[in-house]
Design a protein around this ligand. Structure first.
Ligand SMILES: Cc1ncc(COP(=O)(O)O)c(C=O)c1O
Length: 370
């Protein structure tokens, strides 16, 4: 079905940048620059500068960024990693695939790790904290870093949804031992397929990730240092991402304007909770604009009838998927989030007119649910 207000609009996203993107792709193809060429190195350098770290290592997904960052921090069998119950499954799968045990704690009302719950989750086996900067908002990094320091833990930031978001002026992915990004097509910086990157100031972690993504091989010497994986960021994707990265500040500013329009249009709607939290320290990028309401499913159905596309991140808690073999955590906020959240249309292409259409439809719905 064609929506009046699509959740995202990949075709017009491409159309806007077509000449530059086509040029970047054709240059790779014409020169045979397909694997690990200057386009990848250029993109890594620009990404590291953007995030404010020394190194960026391009890999083929956010999942691999997490996996290699954890391995690079020495996480393995017998270790526990404290992360959140409300995240995409890849966060937890990366911990499991290191051989470590994920300990899931609850989030606060801003959807991010509840820092008050961290200490009681720490045991002698805990080796790392893995905060997730969800929806484009950075976790309380001051408290997380202080606790990590106190207990001698590594901090790996899942910044898959937060490229460009800041906490006290510092970018997501710049403060922990490593930051992990995803360039899945619908992320704030998205490729035309899967992609990801690790950011870090730690030369050893950067080197290990660089080897692990290339089957463990040091390309200069031909020496295999580890059993690695085939997980390099494609050179053509890197060329495209390097073009798009130049537009990222503009796109983030646009997302903030869209968020502000939603705030103005919906703040009087008492049945809705909007995603505007303490803004003194955090500058959010609104990867997702997530509202909460007890009549989420009815609202979503109504908006669909009105041609407004929405998504739910996520309605079914991870541990209910039996195949994942996860213990049931005590996480009341996560459970109510699963029942209540709805992501409204939000992208670099979302127009002000579309936002007004979405707001009017939401208001019309709630006039029937006083
Ligand atoms: C919070 C979070 N972590 C990790 C990932 C994994 O990234 P990818 O899909 O690139 O593997 C995602 C992707 O959606 C995500 O949203």
């Amino acid at each position: 079905m064609a929506y009046r207000v699509p959740f995202i609009d990949p075709r017009s996203h491409y159309a806007k940048l077509k000449p530059e993107i086509d040029r970047a792709i054709i240059e790779c193809l014409a020169n045979g620059d397909l694997v690990n060429r200057h386009q990848l190195k250029d993109f890594e350098r620009h990404l590291a500068e953007f995030v404010g770290v020394k190194y960026a290592v391009g890999v083929n997904s956010g999942y691999h960024a997490l996996l290699f960052a954890l391995l690079g921090a020495g996480i393995g069998p017998g270790h526990e990693v404290v992360t959140v119950a409300h995240t995409f499954v890849a966060t937890v799968s990366a911990i499991v695939h290191c051989g470590a045990h994920p300990v899931l704690i609850d989030v606060g009302p801003d959807f991010n790790m509840d820092v008050e719950l961290i200490e009681r989750a720490i045991t002698p086996k805990t080796k790392a904290l893995l905060p997730v900067h969800l929806n484009g908002r950075v976790c309380d990094m001051d408290k997380i870093l202080a606790l990590a320091d106190k207990h001698g833990l590594a901090v790996i930031e899942d910044a898959a949804q937060a490229l460009g978001a800041t906490f006290d002026g510092k970018c997501a992915g710049s403060q922990g031992r490593a930051g992990c990004f995803s360039f899945y097509p619908f992320k704030v910086l998205g490729g035309f397929g899967d992609g990801g990157a690790i950011t870090t100031n730690d030369p050893q972690l950067a080197r290990m990730a660089t080897l692990l993504r290339y089957n463990g091989e040091d390309r200069e010497t031909g020496e295999y240092h580890y059993h690695g994986q085939t997980a390099l960021l494609d050179n053509v994707q890197a060329a495209v991402l390097d073009v798009k990265l130049r537009y990222l500040p503009e796109w983030i500013a646009h997302r903030r304007r869209i968020a502000e329009l939603y705030r103005r249009g919906l703040s009087e709607t008492r049945q809705l909770r909007l995603p505007h939290f303490d803004e003194a320290c955090c500058n959010d990028i609104y990867q997702n604009y997530v509202v909460r309401t007890s009549v989420r499913d009815q609202l979503r159905t109504y908006l669909k009838e009105q041609g407004v596309e929405t998504l739910v991140h996520w309605s079914r808690p991870m541990w209910e998927h039996r195949g994942l073999g996860l213990a049931v955590p005590d996480v009341p906020e996560t459970l109510s989030i699963c029942r209540e959240v709805l992501s409204l249309p939000m992208s670099a292409e979302t127009t002000e007119a579309q936002v007004h259409t979405a707001i009017a439809a939401i208001q019309a719905f709630f006039s029937k649910y006083p």
